[in-house]
Design a binder for this molecule. Structure first.
Ligand code: F6P
Length: 359
């Protein structure tokens, strides 16, 4: 008899259910007597003892279903060692529930914060296997995270839709793309959507160069321009500030500008006289059904995670590198971010296409 706990943590994405299905199906194929505990709402369920015993039928018909059938929540890693409002030791509570439920292992699906806690639990002696989830694609140790490609499709679709209206009106359009502190999603959607200017957190922009790029397009007789701006994009001046200075500046600015795109939009409007419109697709980028690519990746990663469980190899994230699925030690993944390298060939190729990064 194997008893495995499933847990989804952090922001959701389109392919969580497809991934859990991959793990469950492979386990059900192997064992007649596997029992899966669905731990509800991420680490919260593990801390406070909320779970439901899943049936194999729970994993049927969910390959195409976005969201997560067991719910999720954000439980910041830095607060894990702090007692809760009733003095509960959260780490001890997670260990106690794991033991009390008689789990053989935990399968944890999540992003960066989730991996820090997963690594901590592994170091505390629990058997853990993790899977790299996030639309941001910023998990170290894997070329791709599940959810990313579906989000690229949606963000690209937003840019595609803007294209036709931009062409009719001759305006400057900014599409703000999610991605937290990294630019993968914006870079891919920007290239796929034919954006003229792409601004990423990893490449601090110079607003003068952004304006020059717009002027150049005007002189070429182009009626409109589209900017794909990462929600974490940052100007050169701001990037030069200390963390403390930047925090104080952003606190002031957020009263005027809901996000970076609004600030850039105002600067463009003032300096060029062109009309600017801003589109923020926001959480739509995390919604809906997983694209076929994600369904394949999720199924493969899920099957590989189950294989690790069958082999009783714990303390790994199942990653995807050079088209192969590989186990990556959790302590290598935790606390590291995979960012866009400004010197990588994708940036050079995009520049070759005439895309400006504001530098
Ligand atoms: O990490 C996924 C993500 O969608 C980021 O791109 C974004 O910055 C963040 O989550 C939004 O978080 P929340 O759903 O908590 O507002």
């Amino acid at each position: 008899m194997k008893r495995v706990g499933f847990l989804t943590s952090g922001g959701d994405c389109q392919s969580l259910n497809a991934t859990m299905r991959g793990v469950a199906k492979t386990l059900y194929q192997k064992y007649d007597d596997v029992e899966i505990y669905g731990i509800l709402e991420g680490y919260k369920g593990l801390i406070y003892g909320n779970y439901r015993v899943m049936k194999s039928s729970d994993f049927s018909g969910i390959l195409t279903e976005g969201g997560t059938i067991i719910g999720t929540s954000r439980q910041p890693f830095k607060k894990m060692r702090e007692p809760d409002e009733n003095g509960l030791d959260k780490v001890q509570a997670m260990k106690d529930n794991y033991k009390q439920w008689g789990l053989d292992c935990l399968v944890i699906l999540g992003g960066n914060g989730t991996h820090k806690t997963a690594n901590m639990l592994s170091e505390e002696g629990l058997n853990v296997v993790t899977l790299p989830k996030t639309i941001d694609n910023d998990i170290w140790g894997t070329d791709i995270t599940f959810g990313f490609q579906s989000a690229v499709n949606l963000a690209t679709n937003a840019i595609d839709c803007i294209h036709t209206t931009a062409a009719s009106h001759g305006r400057v359009f900014i599409v703000e793309v999610m991605g937290h502190k990294v630019g993968w999603l914006t870079l891919h959607a920007g290239i796929a959507g034919g954006a003229d200017i792409i601004l990423l957190p990893e490449i601090p922009y110079d607003i003068n160069i952004v304006i020059d790029a717009l002027d150049k397009r005007n002189k070429q007789g182009k009626k409109f321009s589209i900017l794909a701006v990462a929600e974490g994009a940052i100007s050169k001046e701001d990037a030069a500030l200390s963390k403390k200075q930047l925090k104080a500046k952003m606190k002031k600015e957020e009263k005027v500008f809901p996000s970076i795109s609004y600030q850039i939009g105002q600067q463009i409007q003032e300096r060029t006289g062109q009309e600017v419109r801003i589109t923020v697709p926001g959480h739509t980028q995390r919604g809906g059904a997983p694209c076929p690519y994600d369904r394949v990746i999720s199924s493969r990663l899920g099957a590989a995670a189950a294989r690790l469980i069958i082999e009783e190899r714990y303390g790994y994230m199942v990653g995807f590198r050079n088209n192969e699925i590989i186990p990556v030690p959790l302590n290598e993944v935790a606390g590291r971010l995979k960012t866009v390298n400004p010197d990588s060939s994708i940036i050079r190729e995009a520049q070759g296409l005439g895309i400006s990064f504001g530098i």
